[in-house]
Design a binder for this molecule. Structure first.
Ligand SMILES: Nc1ccn([C@@H]2O[C@H](COP(=O)(O)OP(=O)(O)OP(=O)(O)O)[C@@H](O)[C@H]2O)c(=O)n1
Ligand SMILES: C[C@](O)(CO)[C@H](O)COP(=O)(O)O
Length: 230
């Protein structure tokens, strides 16, 4: 099934780990706000129908894009945690997105996502449990004590780093996020909510340069990566 999918873009964070004067999604990356790079990558994908951008309260920086590459760009307000923002975005999707329809969720803070990786996720054929981009852990994993000393070497086999986009049926994702919220569990990604609900999302290996811009030093890396993707 090649029906175009809507993508929820959580962009309501404050970017505290960057420490900038404005939320990181609006800080300049290669001369333009970071978020615009991400939105253009998503909107330019032929199998993405529209974007639901989730904004923070009193967001004074949102440029008000209504259309990108001919795709509708809608907005709604997010919440205290990323998962609250994702749930708000899923709920705010237009009625053309049925509960059985698949949706994508992609961090505004991940501007380097590759079109080919999005396509490979979509080419999974809409598996029942959904799917997500990620990469197997390739470094040795240490658990640190409070003093920052290596306490234990954790097993590395079968460990993956989760990226976005993540792709699930709208109704199942909404229900899973609501159940986690009601249980007082702050899920760190959509797949965690779906796992709690008994699903087993498929992991699709994607490029490791699909970085999440999290600290100030990530901007230089993201700029370098974007320059090589032209
Ligand atoms: N309440 C929140 C928190 C985060 N996000 C979004 O989720 C993505 C990943 O979150 P993260 O990288 O942690 O961004 P921030 O929460 O802004 O960063 P920090 O934790 O450093 O404040 C970002 O696009 C961010 O805007 C969101 O929509 N709503
Ligand atoms: C969703 C995510 O990008 C997958 O790795 C990650 O969990 C977001 O974490 P954050 O602390 O909200 O940036």
């Amino acid at each position: 099934m090649n029906a175009p999918l809507w993508c929820v873009v959580p962009a309501a964070g404050r970017g505290t780990r960057v420490g900038g004067s404005i939320p990181k999604q609006y800080l300049p990356l290669a001369g333009r706000p970071l978020i615009l790079h991400t939105l253009e990558r998503l909107a330019s994908h032929p199998r993405i129908a529209g974007l639901m951008v989730v904004l923070g309260d009193n967001d004074a920086h949102w440029p008000g894009a209504d259309l990108l590459y001919g795709k509708p760009v809608l907005t709604t307000l997010g919440g205290a945690e990323r998962c609250d923002s994702v749930l708000a975005g899923v709920r705010a999707l237009p009625p053309e997105v049925s509960d059985d329809g698949f949706v994508l969720v992609h961090d505004a803070a991940r501007p380097c996502v590759r079109e080919g990786d999005i396509t490979r996720l979509l080419d999974l054929g809409m598996p029942a449990g959904g799917g997500l981009l990620g990469a197997p852990l390739r470094d040795t994993l240490k658990r640190a004590d409070d003093a920052g000393r290596s306490e234990v070497t954790e097993p590395r086999d079968h460990r993956w780093r989760a990226f976005t986009p993540q792709m699930f049926r709208r109704g199942e994702l909404s229900a899973a996020l609501q159940v986690a919220y009601a249980a007082g569990v702050t899920v760190s990604d959509e797949a965690m909510a779906m796992e709690r609900a008994g699903f087993a999302p498929l992991l699709v290996e994607g490029a490791e340069d699909n970085i999440k811009v999290t600290t100030a030093t990530d901007f230089a890396l993201a700029e370098f990566l974007l320059s090589r993707m032209k």
